[in-house]
Design a protein around this ligand. Structure first.
Ligand SMILES: Cc1ncc(COP(=O)(O)O)c(C=O)c1O
Length: 373
């Protein structure tokens, strides 16, 4: 039995055991186990494998931090922001004034689009997580999309060729959503250093903490070196806080000063305290990463058994070829109580499924053959 298979069975029984423990007793578990026990389930019992959420939710340490700092709920300007800025800055090796804390990374994406979009072009891949591009388009920018290459990886040479005199910003999602693919770090560093003098490069690293490719690197060192590169991170994925809304932009202070006027608000004080605890909670991150890998591999095995094509993913999702309209596949899963990802044009015969708990994944795997029959 492979290591992964053993881990999978061990984690499945761990969760089954945790499921017998109720309420306060769960708090006595190690943080990661308690987080697993308290995993949110759809009230209607549906399986959520649609939104690249972390099915374990915030770690117990984050839940406790929100209670401990509850009195800060009465304050404007969350008191924890400087601490959170300092904490992530020291973990990521950037100065604290290079970090802007936002309401989820979505707010940072939107504010960046608003800063750079008007009267020009935005360049990005297709398909990708297109929030920044779509927001920019709504503000009047034209969007130039460059298809992923045959391996469903960002085609950096083609993207570089697409940068022209009207390009205002280039968007790179790494790992990419929906494919989970990563670009080679050295190639992306070269791309950023050549392109950034012509237009800032935005690198969305929402799934960075899931990546298992040896030598995979963040683009933050380029920010510190003074390049016009903007990196985003989020507490929504590895830290399981999608509903609490904390994200980060990392850029030179002069660039952040241009973006800041377009930021709509400020994060929730409790969410900031939760994020401080979650970022410190390396045990919970190890747990989530391990569970994510196990779910991904179980999904691969099921796809392999049906000879369905997929690209190995470095995120918390798997993108696989359905060979038929994905809308039918989505409906087929929905009828079995499982929600999978939306269509990603132009790849309309591919489906994105987010990873889940062992039980969620088992339900997905059991339904797969029937849906595709
Ligand atoms: C690549 C990517 N970036 C950003 C986000 C937005 O995340 P949030 O606003 O919760 O930080 C998502 C959400 O799925 C995503 O996939």
């Amino acid at each position: 039995m492979s290591q992964t298979r053993r881990d999978w069975i061990r984690s499945s029984s761990l969760l089954a055991g945790a499921g017998l423990v109720l309420g306060r007793e769960a708090l006595a578990l190690a943080p990661a186990e308690a987080a697993a026990h308290l995993a949110p389930r759809g009230a209607d019992g549906r399986i959520r494998m649609a939104f690249n959420e972390n099915p374990y939710g915030p770690p117990q340490s984050a839940r406790e931090a929100m209670v401990r700092y509850w009195s800060e709920a009465s304050l404007y300007m969350p008191a924890g922001i400087p601490e959170l800025q300092q904490l992530v800055a020291s973990q990521w090796g950037v100065p604290a004034d290079h970090v802007l804390v936002t309401q989820g990374s979505s707010e940072g994406l939107d504010a960046t689009a608003a800063t750079f979009a008007r009267g020009g072009e935005l360049v990005g891949a297709s398909p990708t997580y297109d929030r920044l591009l779509a927001y920019g388009e709504a503000l009047g920018a034209s969007v130039v999309t460059v298809p992923l290459d045959a391996a469903l990886v960002h085609d950096l040479p083609a993207m570089e060729r697409a940068v022209g005199p009207f390009t205002r910003l280039v968007f790179v999602c790494n790992p990419n959503n929906p494919t989970g693919t990563v670009v080679d770090s050295a190639a992306l560093e070269g791309f950023c250093t050549r392109v950034a003098p012509r237009a800032p490069v935005f690198v969305d690293e929402a799934y960075f903490e899931y990546v298992e490719v040896p030598g995979h690197r963040s683009m933050m060192p380029l920010v510190v070196a003074g390049h016009d590169v903007i990196v985003s991170r989020t507490a929504s994925k590895i830290h399981g806080m999608a509903g609490l809304r904390v994200g980060f932009l990392v850029a030179r202070p002069a660039l952040l000063d241009r973006i800041r006027p377009y930021v709509m608000g400020f994060p929730n004080a409790m969410a900031v305290r939760a994020a401080i605890a979650a970022v410190r909670d390396s045990g919970a991150q190890v747990f989530v990463r391990r569970q994510n890998t196990a779910s991904r591999e179980a999904i691969y095995r099921a796809l392999d058994a049906l000879r369905l094509r997929y690209v190995p993913s470095q995120g918390n999702m798997v993108f696989f070829r359905t060979g038929r309209p994905v809308t039918e596949v989505i409906a087929g899963f929905a009828a079995r109580g499982i929600d999978v990802g939306r269509p990603f044009p132009p790849m309309l015969d591919w489906c994105r499924v987010s990873t889940g708990t062992p039980q969620d994944t088992e339900r997905f795997v059991a339904a797969l053959r029937g849906v595709l029959a």
